[in-house]
Design a protein around this ligand. Structure first.
Ligand SMILES: *Cc1c(COP(=O)(O)O)cnc(C)c1O
Length: 439
């Protein structure tokens, strides 16, 4: 264990990670947004290009997925204040939060019910557009509605899309790819829930299961694709397309806040807490937010105490060169969307200068939050979605109270969890909560 003794000496906070304590790490190397943006690999123009592509596909979505008709084919989620939860948390932490607590409901995004409906679907449609335009079957100025046809499904059936996933990415990519007519292979890690595998198989997706963790599932997917020129592998660890699909959330949120009269500027800071697995989802969203709000927004990654891969990578600057197992953690958590032991090196390096910090949360806390949220607001979310919930309280403790601040908890999943599973989760949450109250 000499490696981590050495790391602890250099970065004392790692001792708390090793002991699975909940921590808030503040990034001392954050730069002014303008400076960070001027040297970033990706630009505002890249994100605008992604937004324009999503607009071109809106008529297709509206036709193929009736649940997007109300939003004219846009895949977007609600934002709302959660005052009852704020009250419950004030009691839980025995401290009065000065800012306002709000939630972004990516848990209820159309098509796949998690944040993966942003990046995952975006990368698939980008690939789809390239194939369709190159074949001459689609002209650039045509209505993309025509992609929802036998002609195109036949054409896409000659191509394969492959991905490695802990569950939700596979769900998102499987659903959209199968709808378009692609052959899809999803390599699922051991954490992936049974119902997700079943749902995908019902839709004609080929699901391959692994007894080990996410990194191996990704590796196998990558190998499969390498041998087949007609196979596109969606690389959760390195993909800029996934990242850009997530980043579109920034401009969308800006418009949404303006509509609702919620001000974000130097005097009215916005703190955003983003549940983090490999990093693409929360990293992409954070990038989009920094483009939209600059220094007025403060972004934090939130991870389970058993799987703080991004926190560890950012603290040490080792990024994907270190895994949570290297400091003795087991990467076992009920927050299956966040059960990742090694972060994306690409995301860690791009996002380090933008991030305000990271926080870690125990599984016990996630279940307490699940119980309190269901009691207070009457809404079910999956465990991963609560990772950012304690953030506001930790940040006010460290940075001081700010009554004009908005604290936005990014709820990332849960909308598609079947009823019997919800009951199971909620029962467990209620019993853990009452055990804790008795202490
Ligand atoms: C995937 C996922 C995340 C995190 O996204 P990454 O790109 O893996 O960091 C957060 N919450 C849920 C529910 C997810 O499925």
């Amino acid at each position: 264990m000499t490696t981590h003794a050495h790391l602890i000496e250099k970065f004392p906070i790692i001792e708390s990670l090793v002991n699975k304590q909940e921590v808030l790490w503040i990034n001392g190397e954050r730069m002014p947004a303008e400076v960070a943006l001027s040297s970033a690999l990706l630009t505002a123009a890249d994100v605008e290009d992604a937004e324009a592509r999503l607009q071109r596909f809106a008529p297709y979505f509206a036709r193929a997925f009736p649940e997007t008709r109300e939003s004219n084919g846009f895949i977007e989620s609600e934002i709302a204040y959660i005052p009852k939860m704020q009250q419950a948390l004030n009691e839980y932490y025995q401290v009065e939060l000065q800012g306002q607590l709000a939630m972004k409901f990516d848990s209820h995004l159309p098509i796949s019910g998690s944040i993966k409906a942003r990046g995952g679907i975006y990368e698939v449609i980008k690939h789809t557009e390239t194939l369709a335009l190159n074949s001459g079957l689609l002209q650039p100025d045509e209505n993309y509605e025509k992609l929802d046809s036998e002609e195109f499904r036949n054409f896409f059936s000659n191509y394969t899309i492959a991905v490695g996933s802990t569950g939700n990415l596979g769900l998102s990519i499987g659903i959209i790819s199968a709808k378009l007519g692609f052959h899809v292979t999803v390599h699922m890690s051991a954490d992936a829930k049974q119902w997700k595998k079943e749902l995908l198989r019902e839709k004609g997706v080929e699901v391959i299961e692994y007894a080990s963790d996410y990194s191996l599932a990704v590796e196998r997917g990558r190998e499969q694709a390498a041998g087949d020129p007609n196979c596109h592998f969606i690389d959760d660890e390195n993909s800029t397309d996934l990242f850009l699909g997530y980043a579109v959330a920034g401009v969308r949120l800006k418009a949404q806040l303006q509509e609702q009269g919620i001000i974000v500027d130097g005097e009215h800071p916005l703190h955003v807490y983003l549940p983090c697995g490999v990093g693409g989802g929360p990293g992409g969203v954070a990038f989009g937010l920094k483009l939209a709000f600059g220094d007025a927004v403060h972004c934090y990654f939130a991870e389970p105490t058993s799987s703080p891969c991004m926190t560890l990578g950012l603290i040490t600057d080792l990024h994907d060169q270190i895994a949570v197992e290297d400091i003795g953690l087991d990467n076992r958590t009920e927050a299956d969307g966040l059960a990742v032991g090694r972060a994306s090196g690409f995301v860690g390096k791009v996002m380090k200068p933008f991030m305000s910090g990271c926080l870690t949360v125990s599984d016990e806390t996630l279940f307490h939050m699940m119980h309190m949220f269901h009691e207070a607001e009457g809404i079910f979310l999956e465990p991963s979605a609560f990772a950012g919930m304690p953030g506001a309280y930790q940040v006010e403790e460290v940075h001081g109270k700010h009554s004009q601040a908005t604290h936005l908890v990014w709820a990332t999943g849960g909308g598609m969890v079947p009823e019997p599973m919800r009951e199971e989760y909620l029962q467990k949450a209620a019993s853990l909560y009452s055990d804790w109250r008795k202490k």
